[in-house]
Design a protein around this ligand. Structure first.
Ligand code: EPZ
Length: 417
């Protein structure tokens, strides 16, 4: 089983290129199911989840080619409408094929993705909205079967600004009859990227990036032959934290500052210097980081996907920091592993109290989910001695070439088979 070995104590200095966004790529690849003809999507990160999504599309009958960060997806002859359980179980974002399959073919059978380490992850908001658009939804054999001859536009009100539900409904409504309005929609940059891709294919979507999205259904979508997904804001935020905690000086290239407003605001509040330069965003830290109080919120609030990384940053900051996780019900799995490295963290429900300790000590630790795994890597960068992070398949789902990128910045880190 591969693991990552790190010797802590190195300052990170240099520049790093931010890869394409996993959470923008996955819905855009699913959206290719809406289009008869060959789409070309580029700036795809080389990640397990992207590979899995392409596998799902292939199982449904799409013709797929992938090389050098681009994928050619031709969904002209889709012959199946059921996503395979073994792939859905590996990656819950497979549920994003439901909207496109239903809209274009009138049928979708998707295994219920089940929960994961960070929570139950239900899809009730997705299903309720699809029903309101006219779909008949039945459950059987652990699967959701949705059928509908033609979806009809509706005014929809989400109980929570679910990212996945907003994406599924935007895709489904693109080919529905009439107008769909999503109230309380998610506003993440990945939603905007998906809407841009769909509009480039001939959809009629406005309001993406706000909490009210309007989709006017069209007859048919056409292939998009040169789409580049946006940079990964969570990867960028992660390298910002890495620069800050190692008292480094790192230039992040290819990242979009405005996607990280809440993260940068918190870094600056902690005393980190973040400056925009012609070639990218520079993050540097010299003095003492100050304690913080953070509450994760739907975008544009502080992102839940950056919570674990900031917790690592707070472990050696003198004083008390508070982190409230309001998006997922169980996203503190990294706490126990950080405590094994000497952190002093108390968890009470959705709130963690972090009392800064003078230093962390390297140890063998186990990752439990994607963002927890990278938080443990960050902890290894600042811990005294050696750290070994196990179960790094979680890491490979979301961080492209992480040990190469960190080594290039001066970290002592390597993958050990
Ligand atoms: C997306 O997950 C991201 N994944 C997550 O990133 C991210 O943490 C999350 O949005 C929030 O920003 C992808 O984009 C592939 P949600 P998603 O639907 O769509 C509840 C990562 O590390 N909910 O906004 O699943 C749900 O239980 C991953 O890259 C319902 O109750 O997130 C959760 O508590 C982790 N019913 C909250 O809403 C529903 O039908 C947010 O879920 C849907 C969601």
């Amino acid at each position: 089983m591969a693991k990552i070995a790190i010797t802590g104590g190195q300052r990170l200095v240099g520049s790093v290129n931010i890869s394409g966004s996993k959470n923008a790529a996955l819905p855009i690849l699913a959206a290719c199911l809406l289009v008869p003809g060959e789409n070309v999507v580029c700036n795809l990160p080389k990640l397990l989840d992207v590979k899995t999504m392409l596998e799902v599309l292939k199982c449904l009958g799409a013709r797929i080619k992938a090389e050098k960060g681009c994928a050619w997806i031709d969904a002209s002859d889709i012959s199946h409408f059921d996503a395979p359980y073994k792939l859905v179980r590996q990656m819950r974002a497979s549920v994003l094929v439901m909207g496109p399959l239903l809209a274009r073919f009138g049928k979708a059978i998707v295994p219920l993705p089940g929960g994961c380490a960070i929570g139950l992850r239900p899809i009730d908001i997705h299903l309720k909205a699809l029903e309101q658009l006219g779909a008949k939804i039945i459950m059987h054999d652990g699967c959701v079967e949705a059928t509908c001859s033609k979806l009809k536009g509706q005014k929809l009100y989400f109980d929570f600004p679910s990212v996945g539900a907003t994406e599924n409904i935007m895709m489904a409504a693109s080919l529905a009859e009439g107008q769909t309005i999503i109230h309380d929609a998610a506003m993440e940059p990945e939603i905007v990227d998906l809407a841009n891709f769909l509009n480039k294919a001939g959809a009629s979507i406005s309001g993406a990036g706000t909490n009210r999205i309007e989709i006017n259904g069209v007859e048919r979508l056409n292939p998009v032959v040169d789409y580049h997904v946006i940079p990964d804001r969570v990867e960028a935020g992660t390298y910002m934290v890495a620069a800050a905690i190692t008292k480094g000086n790192v230039l992040l290239k290819d990242c979009i500052l405005s996607h990280l407003d809440a993260v940068i605001a918190k870094l600056r509040e902690a005393g980190v210097t973040v400056t925009e330069e012609s070639e990218g965003v520079r993050v540097e830290m010299s003095g003492e980081i100050s304690p913080l109080s953070i509450k994760t919120m739907p975008y544009p609030g502080f992102p839940t996907d950056m919570q674990a990384q900031f917790m690592t940053m707070m472990t050696t900051v003198p004083g008390i920091s508070i982190i409230v996780e309001s998006v997922f019900e169980n996203r503190f799995m990294h706490v126990s592993e950080l405590c094994r490295m000497g952190a002093d963290i108390k968890v009470d429900g959705h709130t963690s109290l972090i009392r800064g300790v003078p230093f962390l000590s390297g140890a063998p630790i186990v990752a439990t989910d994607l963002r927890a795994s990278v938080a443990l890597i960050l902890a290894g960068l600042i811990a005294k001695g050696k750290t070994k992070v196990m179960e790094i398949h979680y890491l490979d789902r979301g961080y492209e070439y992480i040990e190469d990128k960190l080594s290039a910045l001066g970290a002592i880190i390597k993958r050990v088979e």
